[in-house]
Every structure is written in C-alpha cells, then in structure tokens.
Ligand binder design. Structure first.
Ligand code: ADP
Length: 424
C-alpha cells in the first residue's frame, strides 16, 4: 500500500516531486488527473496525482484536489502532500490557500506546514520572505509572470490573503535548532489557532529537519524541496524498506525518438547539439500552417530512419518564427496547431515501434500523453535535475517516456538520456 499521497498543481511540478521521492528511496508513480473512484492504485510507496489546477478557477481547483485526496485515501496513503511551485505561484484569490484550506478541513487536521523553499534550486525562505537566488520574489522577474504575478515576497502575508485561517512563521533561529525545536514551534502555533506555518529554510539540512518535525502531520504543503526529508520518516517508522533501486523501470525495447515542441532556449540548444549526431527534421509551421500536412511530412521523413539510434522531430522555432506564426494565426491557435501536429506524430512514432520517446515542452508533453492515452507514469532515474525517465503503465505497448519542461536539461540531454538506457 502506498504511504504518501501527493497532489500537485501542475504536471512538471508533479514529476519534479516524484523524482525527489525516488531519489529518497520511495517507489513512485505519477497519475495524470484524478483517477476514477474505482481505479486500483498502483504498486508504489508514493503516488503523485498531477492536476492542472494552478491557474484553474478556485472552485475547480478545490474540487479536483478534494477528489484526488479521496482517491489517495482510498489507496491507503497515511500522509498527504500538497505540492505547489517553489515560487509560490498563485493570485490573491488562490489557489494555494483555498486548496490547502479544503484539504485541512477534509483531513480535519487543523494545521499544515507551508514550505516552498528549495535551496538547491535557489529558492530560500528567510523571515518568511521568499528569495529567488539573491533577489526577493517580487524583484525576481516573478512579479511580471503573465498568470501569477508575485508582487509580495512576504509569504505570511501572501498566504494570509488567500486563506480563511491565520498564518504563523517558524523562523530561521528556530529552524537552526533542529527538528525538535521546529516540532515544538509548530505545536505552539497550532495551539494559538494558526492554521499554517511558513517555515524558513536556506539549506537542505533545514529541509531534512523540517521534514522530520512534520513526520506525524496528516498534511504538508510546499515545493518539492521539503519532500527530501519525508522518505526517511517512513523508514524510521519501519514502514518503508530500504530499496536497492527505487527507480527501476521495466525495459521497453524498440526504436528511439525525440519530439520537440518547446521553443525555450535550452531545447533549441539541445536540438542543435543533436544535429551533429542523429537525423533531425525541423518542421516549419510558418511555411505549412496545417497540422495534418506537418504530420504527413514527418511521417514520410521518419520511414526508414527509425531504429535503436534516435531521430529528432522538432517544430521548435526561434522567437522570431514563433512570433510570426502567432501574428498570423493568433497565439492560442498557433500553439494548438503545432500541438495537434506533434500529437499526430507521437501516435505515428509509437505505431511504428518507438518505445523510447523524449518529448520536449510542457504543453507539448501534455498533448502527447493525452493522445497516447497515458494515465500513469512509473518514475525512474533522473536524466538531468527534474527530468526522470518514466514508464507508461497500463496503456498498451510498453513505453519509456521522458517528458521535459522546455528549459530543463543540459545541451546533450537527448543523447545522454538514451545512453542511460543502454542498448535495446
Ligand atoms: P515549454 O515547456 O518550453 O514552455 P511548451 O510545449 O509548454 O514548451 O510550449 C511551447 C508552445 O509553442 C506549444 O504550444 C507549441 O505547440 C508551440 N510551438 C512550437 N513550435 C512552434 C512554432 N514554430 N511556432 C509557434 N508555436 C510553436
């Protein structure tokens, strides 16, 4: 039975958390969307339900999160984790506060930690203020985010505006004194009637201590950083065996391919790097603004090239090309056209025997897994930080997938990823 049940407010954040739990020694499966009530849970120590609730209407985010909680409870989980972004991405209306309020009420636990800190990724919290590197959150660029502009770095204030409860702080000086002091501080805050405690943390050592202090809590909330301490709690309680390879995946022998829809700098570099080594098709949606025709070009090109060595098919364009297509079709229609073409191509690749597939781009990954009917991903070893190999469970042909947020990964990501798998 699963021990830890997680609810993540977006897809790549869910994968990030899942990869962290695997590194900590928990066998982890990511479930895409809320499963039907009767769906049997996967065989895993931790389950992460990936929602798209970060910027959804508040009522919808709350309803989906509660449905995920119910399913995770039925799966036997004994502790729950609400995962949001380490930059606390939210608006005055939510969704972090309202979702956390609903989970606290449903679990009847009265209190939850709120710890977005992720020092290894340059997110630290000091005196309740969130820093991105050396800059306060509201001076980090996040104040200009198109959907969730963060204009206040004081998380006690930010969360207070989103919740019907009150928010306290476990300050640095307490966190420095270790797990016992943190536990006492949280107990005191709860007794004072606080519903949440923002916890300062500027190092992994702090996160381990915070995790240990929350071992008996029904609910934790935060970024994936604070999950670093949770596997050890379960081992210490005798509930989790030491795993030799918690990221072990079944093999999937077959052809290898990369599908890129991200136009982020890292992905453009990765495509350029791959060109020296493997066949690369660069589609031009500006010249052919037709999803079916683009897919047909790719399908004609791939035949005869598929094998153990990867091929790369990319729609990714430079910012100028992307802007030109967006101007021609409108922003949403341009994205939808390319995503449609890439979903067609993903389907064609798998139909032709591709069993090891990298998809570059968050939205692109969403379009591909939807088309491929993938609902569950068993999480394997990390290729680069935040991007593990995964295995699609219960969706027909065996399939290894690496779903990469656009800006993630080093320039040799594609080749490195396939090299990790060895020969088919
Ligand atoms: P990232 O993770 O880098 O943000 P996404 O896949 O989430 O990548 O977003 C990239 C978006 O750009 C997708 O909607 C994709 O369909 C679209 N896109 C890809 N190539 C082009 C292009 N040449 N012109 C316009 N839009 C494109």
């Amino acid at each position: 039975m699963a021990l830890l049940g997680c609810i993540a407010d977006d897809f790549t954040g869910a994968t990030d958390l899942a990869a962290m739990l695997v590194k900590g020694g928990m066998r982890t499966v990511q479930v895409i969307g809320v499963p039907a009530p009767g769906d049997a849970p996967p065989d895993a120590d931790a389950i992460v339900v990936a929602l798209k609730s970060r910027t959804a209407p508040v009522a919808q985010a709350v309803q989906e999160s509660l449905a995920a909680l119910e399913w995770l409870r039925a799966a036997g989980c004994r502790q729950f984790f609400f995962k949001y972004c380490s930059t606390f991405d939210s608006t005055e209306a939510g969704n972090i506060g309202p979702v956390a309020d609903a989970l606290v009420a449903a679990l009847d636990c009265g209190f939850a930690l709120a710890c977005p800190a992720f020092p290894a990724n340059n997110r630290s919290v000091f005196q309740g203020h969130l820093f991105v590197g050396g800059a306060l959150l509201n001076e980090s660029g996040m104040e200009k985010h198109p959907l969730t502009p963060m204009t206040d770095a004081n998380l006690v204030r930010v969360l207070s505006r989103q919740t019907s409860g009150t928010v306290g702080l476990v300050p640095y000086a307490t966190v420095e004194r270790g797990a016992g002091a943190i536990r006492d501080a949280m107990t005191a805050l709860k007794e004072q009637g606080r519903r949440y405690a923002i916890a300062d943390a500027v190092s992994n050592a702090h996160l381990y201590d915070i995790g240990a202090a929350a071992a008996s809590h029904a609910l934790l909330t935060g970024g994936s950083g604070v999950a670093i301490g949770l596997p050890e709690n379960f081992r210490a309680a005798g509930l989790l065996d030491v795993q030799t390879d918690p990221g072990a995946l079944p093999d999937a022998a077959g052809h290898a391919a990369v599908l890129a829809g991200s136009c982020s700098r890292a992905t453009l570099f990765q495509i350029a790097t791959a060109k020296a080594h493997v066949p690369v098709l660069e589609l031009d949606p500006l010249a052919t603004p037709d999803a079916g025709a683009l897919a047909a070009q790719a399908i004609a090109w791939m035949d005869g090239k598929l094998g153990a060595a990867p091929i790369v098919i990319a729609a990714s364009g430079t910012p100028e090309k992307v802007a030109a297509l967006q101007q021609q079709l409108g922003r949403d229609a341009a994205g939808a056209l390319v995503e449609h073409a890439l979903a067609d191509i993903a389907e064609a690749l798998v139909a032709r025997g591709v069993r090891r597939l990298i998809v570059a781009g968050g939205e692109t990954s969403g379009a591909a897994v939807t088309r491929l009917g993938v609902h569950r991903l068993r999480i394997g070893r990390e290729i680069d930080p935040g991007v593990p190999w995964t295995y699609a469970e219960g969706s027909g042909a065996p399939l290894l997938l690496a779903l990469k947020s656009g800006n993630f990964g080093a320039s040799d990501f594609f080749l490195k990823a396939f090299a990790m798998l060895g020969d088919a």
